[in-house]
Ligand binder design. Structure first.
Ligand code: ATP
Ligand code: MG
Length: 154
């Protein structure tokens, strides 16, 4: 029933907690996992603006920042891939640029996944929020079942 899982991660504590459920779902018949980290275009722009305040234009630095962030993400994704492969699951990795929820929902369609497993919260982890904005929009927009793994503090 849950043959192919989509696991979106921002590498936050809550997403790491969700990874434990991804691994355990092998017992429920999961064979394949698509891991996705969306390189948030807005985040890259914000960082580049920070550099601009140091006296340079964003145009000069944006490609370098993007390259540094991408290298960091590729390294983290390789570790996640290995961790899931060690459970005996087939893994593919995607790191598209864009708006996270949109890219995640696109992959749900393109890859025809049977289940999405994600964290209720991510890096922001605002105490008052029931859900983060990415998880909320993915739940709203997905035609497939979503397993939402809650953060440790309630
Ligand atoms: N850029 C991303 N790429 C892939 N998955 C993501 C990304 N951002 C968040 N997620 C997934 O969505 C879950 C919820 O994160 P979300 O970003 O919604 O919460 P937040 O960071 O606390 O809030 P917000 O981003 O709205 O400030 C994460 O645990 C992760 O599974
Ligand atoms: Mg977030």
């Amino acid at each position: 029933m849950f043959r192919k899982i989509l696991y979106p991660t921002d590498f936050s504590d809550c997403a790491v907690k969700a990874l434990e459920y991804v691994k355990k779902l092998k017992e429920a018949g999961t064979e394949e996992v698509v891991v996705v980290h969306v390189m948030d275009v807005r985040e890259i722009a914000t960082m580049a603006t920070g550099v601009a305040w140091a006296g340079e234009t964003t145009v000069v630095y944006e490609p370098e920042i993007q390259e540094m962030m991408r290298a960091n993400v590729e390294k983290k994704m390789a570790a996640v891939k290995e961790e899931i492969e060690n459970e005996g699951l087939k893994v593919s990795v995607k790191t598209p640029d864009g708006i996270p929820f949109k890219e995640i929902l696109k992959i749900v369609e393109d890859e025809d996944v049977s289940l999405i497993v994600l964290g209720s919260h991510g890096k922001s982890n605002v105490r008052e929020m029931l859900l983060g904005s990415v998880s909320e929009k993915v739940i709203r927009g997905s035609k497939r079942p979503v397993l939402v793994v809650k953060r440790d503090q309630i």
